[in-house]
Design a protein around this ligand. Structure first.
Ligand SMILES: *[C@@H]1O[C@H](CO)[C@@H](O)[C@H](O)[C@H]1NC(C)=O
Ligand SMILES: *[C@@H]1O[C@H](CO)[C@@H](O)[C@H](O)[C@H]1NC(C)=O
Ligand SMILES: *[C@@H]1O[C@H](CO)[C@@H](O)[C@H](O)[C@H]1NC(C)=O
Ligand SMILES: *[C@@H]1O[C@H](CO)[C@@H](O)[C@H](O)[C@H]1NC(C)=O
Ligand SMILES: *[C@@H]1O[C@H](CO)[C@@H](O)[C@H](O)[C@H]1NC(C)=O
Ligand SMILES: *[C@@H]1O[C@H](CO)[C@@H](O)[C@H](O)[C@H]1NC(C)=O
Ligand SMILES: *[C@@H]1O[C@H](CO)[C@@H](O)[C@H](O)[C@H]1NC(C)=O
Ligand SMILES: *[C@@H]1O[C@H](CO)[C@@H](O)[C@H](O)[C@H]1NC(C)=O
Length: 809
């Protein structure tokens, strides 16, 4: 035991050099962790120690991922009480109390367990059994002789990890909720929180300060009403438990895919998934997506439909409380009954289908009642305004009654119904509409068959949840009907059994074949590498996502094929090959004159802008390069290979390395150094692409007699000397319009600036290219010398060191 702490010190001395230095996951009473030391969970998943968030210099004790996404903080102890120097120490008291102290403050933070009555038979003067351990779940636990006496999972911060419970424990009184950070640099409690409300039937509220901003349904057996279902999810299982002792929501991973849910400091709730191939988190789902997710937008008895304009309407039998306000798009005061209730037999219930159930704070429930019993009870009590099944599984069960104005109802693409009390006289003349007064409680749910796809589609592409069937009034969720399925036989037939003569290229994900369908349409067939079951599921999700992306500057996905381990994407065929085919060939480059090139420069920008912004999915391309820009018969550019999160095609890390090197000239510094992608990395690649389109040279192969700069450095040099025109390819001299050329070079230089925050967004790029206003002066580009290869590689090597330093100092 004794030499463990010396071991820590020994270890820390070398941790900057040796990443596999043996580490500890446990400390015992009277041991401590100093700033610079760390505790690592047994399997190496999480690490705990002092760190500084973002740009802050303050020190906090926190827990972060270690073997994936190094440095992503999941929990902070002294959120509210930062330490301003490196004197912080975490100590385990004799009785199991954890304290953080610093030179200036003997009690920076405490787990407040000083008075805990030490159970388990040991007497409190014998602290031998007290240990702190960091588990591979990210939970920091304090045990006293195997009894759990404290755990960090009871005090969540902004991150909801698998295995954590959010909710209320009625025995201990503990309320576990998520609270955002103040800012990315400050983990103190911010303005946003997610709290499970235990009034009536439990539901979750998203608070912004003192105001309810959003509401996550009541739990309907499969998910929170109003939010995408969680059926047959292969990544994790979700639990929602309601009993006398506690109410909680929890999820557990059931595969090796890592996910976390974060309530960010800007109030955005996101579920993120770690993609090993790209070594990055992708946003798996956003909590709030559309207008109707705003709490009670349409007021009492108002119904919100995201596919209607305006989104708010009154429920059947109701009219706006204040017509004037309503017409002015102020729906807050909601709707009132057209006819007063008579109570008893004078009232009927009208059924609303596919809705998010209203606010349940003033509801009553019984999980074993049938819908018919539920109706009887509601009918008997005049203040009961509506009823519904509690659980929608197996045809529905349980009873939920409302005793107040119905608030925050919206359309919901799941079979969840509510019966609303109205005066019987409302029915006259409305026999046509949705008012079946009799009902079959055992009605089969139609969603269950296609459940998995619904979940996938809504969960991953949830921005499009209500856009799938815009034209018809009802919401049908049959996403796979939108995307044609091709059988392997059809694809094989179209490509002459994938014959070598049909092969037109080798893309980043596997070979590409040209094919002709039976109806004569030409197609490009991308045959992806084989993958596992896991990959298949993600593949389907991605196909759905990609198919929703439609823009004239994106290659259109026509369909897909899945056969055993075979994953195939079918795209429209582009007759004029890719941009690099023309650009870097002496003769063919003559076929691309300046007007065409300028059109290509602008088209690519619009395509990326759509991916970044207009598609609402915010897709980062990650691999923009000349060979990924295809040209159609009119020489219009179409971006290919977008939207593939690269998580399903093989797990070969060497392939990844090769790939990065292969597209070397296009990657930005933050990616090369930090492995970090953002929309600004795409902007960088775009800038490189524009330079190549103008100069006809490949960035990474460029050389010049006078200096060792690469293409970016050369362009920068010429720009500063006022000779930027000299960059222009000789093949363009006849056709070029110098104002457009200079503008394009200038914009490209802005795109390749070293710091991501200096680079413009694609929206600015599109606007700058189209306008004639003055442009800001670009700063020095990233990697401008010809030695960028070795320079970057050496940076990559010290990268581990730099990050370690950042957190271990
Ligand atoms: C990280 O560590 C955990 C726990 O040992 C392990 O299950 C997981 O596979 C590791 N992940 C990676 C990417 O190494
Ligand atoms: C511990 O108790 C003190 C005093 O009651 C309080 O200020 C502090 O926030 C508590 N710490 C935690 C981690 O709950
Ligand atoms: C610890 O015990 C003291 C004295 O009994 C009491 O005042 C204090 O509030 C207790 N602290 C906690 C965290 O329960
Ligand atoms: C719920 O309903 C069942 C069946 O009607 C009944 O036996 C039970 O007592 C009810 N529970 C409560 C708490 O009302
Ligand atoms: C109707 O229900 C409300 C809320 O549960 C209750 O307060 C009231 O007493 C009930 N009225 C009748 C007549 O049962
Ligand atoms: C509901 O579905 C099950 C299984 O598909 C079937 O056996 C049953 O007959 C259906 N019930 C009704 C009422 O349609
Ligand atoms: C493709 O392969 C199948 C079976 O291997 C064969 O019957 C068929 O003739 C082949 N088609 C072409 C166009 O080569
Ligand atoms: C582009 O494709 C069209 C149609 O296939 C063809 O007519 C045209 O010559 C091609 N353009 C170039 C520059 O190859």
């Amino acid at each position: 035991m004794e030499n463990k702490s010396t071991h820590i010190i020994f270890c820390m001395a070398f941790i900057l050099l040796l990443s596999d230095c043996a580490t500890i996951d446990t400390i015992s009473a009277n041991q401590e962790i100093k700033d610079g030391d760390s505790l690592v969970s047994e399997g190496g998943m999480f690490e705990m120690g002092f760190f500084s968030p973002g740009k802050s210099k303050n020190r906090y004790m926190g827990i972060w991922y270690k073997n994936i996404s190094y440095g992503t903080i999941v929990w902070v102890a002294n959120r509210e009480t930062p330490i301003t120097d490196k004197s912080g120490v975490l100590k385990l008291g004799r009785h199991g109390n954890l304290v953080i102290l610093s030179s200036g403050n003997p009690m920076v933070w405490s787990s407040n367990l000083s008075n805990v009555s030490v159970s388990g038979g040991s007497n409190s003067n014998n602290p031998v059994g007290v240990v702190v351990k960091l588990l591979d779940s990210g939970n920091l636990v304090v045990w006293n002789n195997q009894n759990l006496i404290w755990q960090s999972f009871d005090y969540p911060g902004d991150t909801f990890l698998p295995g954590m419970k959010l909710g209320k424990d009625f025995v201990t009184g503990l309320q576990r909720s998520l609270t955002s950070w103040k800012s990315p640099d400050d983990p103190a409690t911010g303005e946003f929180s997610y709290i499970i409300d235990t009034n009536g039937y439990p539901q979750t509220f998203g608070w912004h300060g003192e105001v309810i901003a959003s509401r996550f349904g009541p739990w309907n057996g499969l998910g929170f009403s109003g939010f995408p279902l969680e059926i047959e999810n292969h990544v994790y299982i979700t639990e929602f438990v309601v009993n006398e002792k506690e109410i909680y929501h929890k999820y557990e991973l059931i595969s090796s895919v890592f996910t976390r849910v974060v309530l960010k400091s800007d109030g955005k709730g996101q579920s993120l998934q770690w993609i090993p191939r790209i070594k990055d988190w992708i946003v798996y789902a956003d909590a709030l997506v559309d207008t109707c997710d705003r709490f009670s937008l349409c007021g009492p008895y108002g119904m919100c439909s995201n596919n209607k304009h305006p989104p708010c309407t009154c429920m059947h039998g109701f009219e706006p409380r204040n017509q004037e306000e309503w017409r002015a798009s102020d729906w807050v005061s909601g709707c009132i009954r057209k006819r007063r209730l008579k109570c008893g037999d004078g009232d009927v219930f009208t059924k609303m289908t596919r809705v998010k159930l209203p606010d349940t704070r003033r509801s009553w429930y019984n999980a074993s009642m049938t819908l018919r019993e539920c109706e009887t009870i509601c009918k008997r009590n005049c203040s009961c305004t509506g009823y519904a099944n509690l659980d929608i599984r197996n045809g529905g069960s349980g009873c939920l009654l409302w005793f107040n104005e119905l608030l925050d109802i919206r359309d919901y693409d799941v079979e969840q119904d509510i019966y609303i009390r109205i005066a019987a006289s409302e029915l006259e003349g409305h026999v046509d509409s949705q008012v079946p007064i009799q009902f079959q409680p055992s009605e089969n749910n139609t969603y269950s068959g296609a459940s998995n796809f619904i979940r996938s589609a809504t969960y991953l592409c949830n921005d499009n949840r209500y856009m799938l069937d815009e034209n018809s009034g009802s919401l049908h969720m049959e996403p796979f009907n939108d995307i044609p399925y091709f059988s392997l036989l059809e694809v094989a037939r179209a490509t002459c059994n994938f014959s070598a003569s049909n092969k037109i290229g080798e893309g980043g994900f596997g070979p590409v074949y040209k094919g002709v369908l039976e109806d004569g349409r030409e197609i490009a067939v991308k045959r992806l590498s084989e993958t596992s079951e896991q990959g298949l599921d993600e593949f389907k999700n991605e196909v759905i996502c990609i198919a929703k992306l439609q823009h004239r500057n994106l290659v259109k996905l026509l369909g897909y094929c899945i056969h055993q381990n075979e994953l195939i994407l079918i795209y429209e065929y582009m007759s004029n090959n890719s941009l690099d085919y023309f650009l870097f060939d002496e003769t063919r480059s003559l076929m691309l004159d300046w007007p065409q090139r300028f059109n290509i420069i602008q088209g690519i920008a619009r395509g990326i802008l759509y991916l970044h912004q207009d598609s609402r999915l915010q897709i980062i391309h990650r691999d923009l390069k000349a060979s990924n820009i295809l040209l159609n018969s009119d020489m219009n550019p179409k971006i290919s290979d977008f939207g593939l999160a690269r998580n399903f095609v093989g797990q070969d890390t060497t392939a990844k390395t090769k790939k990065v090197v292969g597209t070397y000239g296009y990657i930005s510094s933050e990616y090369a150094v930090h492995g970090r992608f953002s929309i600004k990395s795409d902007v960088f690649s775009y800038g490189v692409l524009v330079m190549e389109i103008i100069s006809g040279n490949k960035n990474k192969e460029f050389s010049h007699g006078d200096h060792r700069d690469n293409l970016l450095g050369h362009a920068w040099r010429l720009h500063r000397e006022g000779r930027a025109v000299e960059l222009v390819s000789r093949s363009l001299h006849a056709s070029c319009v110098s104002s457009e050329v200079l503008r394009s070079i200038h914009v490209a230089l802005l795109c390749v600036q070293h710091l991501a925050e200096d680079r413009p967004t694609m929206l600015s790029v599109v606007l700058m290219l189209a306008s004639e206003g003055a442009l800001p002066q670009p700063k020095q580009p990233a990697f401008f010398t010809g030695e960028s290869h070795s320079e970057v590689q050496s940076v990559s090597v010290v990268n581990e060191y730099m990050i370690t330093q950042l957190y271990a100092r």
